[in-house]
Design a binder for this molecule. Structure first.
Ligand code: DGP
Ligand code: NA
Ligand code: NA
Length: 207
């Protein structure tokens, strides 16, 4: 079990309108400023062929079986696996806006079996840190107003929130996302710096 020196895989998760995407970019700018090699990533990656099918589904322009959609989201992560691993091994830290936890939470919220939802995610690079931007579905809805995409409805987001709760584990940090943008950023910094330095000094295996 040799410890490998590599970049960290930091994942941001949360409900729609939790402020994740803006915090991702802010975090990347901060980490860059400390001299680290770091990139912002996001899933779904809508730029691939699979990603464009996902995008059509989310926009309401395509009806697809729930399980087929689940597997598309997962395949979208798998098609990026090699590139992710190469970057991590080369010492680049990746800050990722949504990952496998979104995959499981959003599909399980539709009523699909939890273990079935988790299965296709097994073997993807494991997150070193999951920052969960915690906000109630009601507050998220008031805050920004949902867009037109498929999952952006209060009743559904409530179910997603419940699923996320069940997924929380030891690598999670729950961040109170009701605070100001700057405060939320500050809450995330220290753990991120610690996680990155652990990884660069030799952390455990990717999955
Ligand atoms: P975003 O581009 O981050 O706004 O994500 C688009 C929507 O797709 C959002 O409502 C969350 C949802 N989503 C993200 N990843 C997955 C996934 O792996 N599976 C499912 N079912 N939904 C996902
Ligand atoms: Na969204
Ligand atoms: Na987002």
């Amino acid at each position: 079990m040799g410890a490998e020196k590599r970049g960290a895989l930091i994942v941001l998760e949360g409900l729609d309108r939790s402020g994740k995407s803006s915090q991702c970019h802010r975090l990347v700018e901060f980490l860059k400023g400390t001299g680290l090699k770091v990139e912002a990533w996001r899933f779904p990656d809508r730029t691939t062929a699979i990603g464009s099918s996902i995008s059509a589904y989310l926009g309401g322009g395509a009806e697809l079986d729930d399980r087929a959609v689940h597997l598309l989201f997962s395949a979208n992560r798998w098609e990026k696996r090699l590139q992710m691993e190469k970057k991590l091994m080369a010492g680049t830290t990746l800050v990722v806006d949504r990952y496998s936890y979104s995959g499981v939470a959003f599909s399980a919220a539709k009523g699909l079996d939890l273990e079935w939802c988790k299965a296709p995610e097994v073997g993807l690079p494991a997150a070193d840190l999951v920052l969960y931007l915690d906000i109630s579905p009601e507050e998220a809805a008031v805050r920004g107003g949902y867009g037109d995409e498929r999952y952006e409805q209060l009743d559904f987001q409530k179910k997603v929130a419940l699923q996320y709760k069940g997924l929380q584990g030891k690598r999670w940090k729950i961040v109170d996302a009701r605070q100001s943008f700057d405060q939320v950023h500050e809450l995330m910094r220290e753990t991120c710096v610690k996680t990155v330095s652990n990884c660069l000094n030799g952390c455990h295996h990717l999955s």
